[in-house]
Design a protein around this ligand. Sequence first.
Ligand SMILES: Cc1cc2nc3c(=O)[nH]c(=O)nc-3n(C[C@H](O)[C@H](O)[C@H](O)COP(=O)(O)OP(=O)(O)OC[C@H]3O[C@@H](n4cnc5c(N)ncnc54)[C@H](O)[C@@H]3O)c2cc1C
Length: 383
Amino acid sequence: MDLSYDVLLIGGGITGLMAAQKLSDLGLRVALIEKQTTLASGPSTRNEGWLHRGTYHASSIRDRTAAIQVARRCIYGHKQLRRFSPEAVEDADVLPLALVRDKDRLSEVISRWDEANVRYRPISRAEAERIVPDASFKKVPGIFEVADVSFNTRILYRKLFALAQKSGCKFYLGSEIEVIDGQSVVTRDQTGERTTFTASKVVYSSGIGAKEIFRKRHGIDLPIRYWKSHLVVTKRLAHAGVFFLDPHEAAMMHHGDVSIIGFNEDALLCAEPTYDVIAERAENLRRGIRRIFPSWDDRDSLNVACVKVDYVTDLAGARSLNIAISEPIPGHVVVLPGKMTEAPYLTDVLASYIHDRLDNPDIALRPCDEFPILEASTTREVA
Ligand SMILES: Cc1cc2nc3c(=O)[nH]c(=O)nc-3n(C[C@H](O)[C@H](O)[C@H](O)COP(=O)(O)OP(=O)(O)OC[C@H]3O[C@@H](n4cnc5c(N)ncnc54)[C@H](O)[C@@H]3O)c2cc1C
């Protein structure tokens, strides 16, 4: 079978699904191929489902300018996702608590929040103990009610999938790439049937798979690193979410009867993106959970490992986890969000990038479109 599209998306995690919905809504002919038989089976569901609102990243990123920028993108993403899929917000009437253990950092954290427009309300220890009675707030000088929420990602993906299909996007699940030749991509599905897709733009929303595709199909080693992190899934520990902003402390969000807890800045650089659990790392996280919930009964809990993708300009540099839009080969665009919450910002920039290149001649040009400038570069990095 031979099929022709404006855009072929490779990978159906949050980035691919959101791009599929937005690009097909713009009237582009879009298809998405996913190698697994289900959508979003990787990091897009193996995460805390924490719809950030700038609270954490404004504080955790060392460089102040970068921290404010990421916090603002998270606020942008938070607002867009809540508007797009309000039914996916969990416990909308409960505000989580953000904790700061290091009192020397408190004034810097608050000044960053003010600059980035993060919402917070300082509360007393007594008030915190009323909200989360089982937690220990000893030696926690900073306690704030904040506006982050838990998000049911499956509802979001269901809506993106349904609306993209409604706008004409075609989905091909269980499709393995066999050949990429120019703007043609040949896939084989689970029944062995081959399909040739031709597209003006091939967009790699393939997350942890992007590096392998480029190495195997284009002979290019993308500057991507993998960082493994762990999560613990356990029965719900509190009414409200509770998360520390300090490194090597726990951050917990809730989904129905279940809590999902991660460990701040525990990421381990790894050569390949595998999901095997590293026992020692999982134990560090468990110790972190007990620091806040000393009577936690961990018998029915589960360790989960997952991998973040870091697209960098300098492979030896510090961990960036920045968003990226890059066109290493003309016609072939890589898109990676640093966080799920940044996917709205990333896919809006992507939609504008694709629109510039696949223009609709029925819409009049603006004076700025006709203004003569030097030939635009085919590659743009978004940092
Ligand atoms: C432990 C952990 C916790 C996190 N918690 C949060 C959080 O709470 N909030 C937040 O905002 N962010 C969080 N993140 C970050 C977030 O999960 C990721 O940034 C986001 O999910 C990446 O989405 P993606 O669609 O770009 O990639 P992915 O989710 O990796 O999706 C890529 C898709 O492409 C497919 N694919 C790969 N190769 C191919 C191929 N060759 N052909 C076809 N398809 C292919 C994959 O099967 C997959 O479905 C967390 C990350 C980790 C690791």
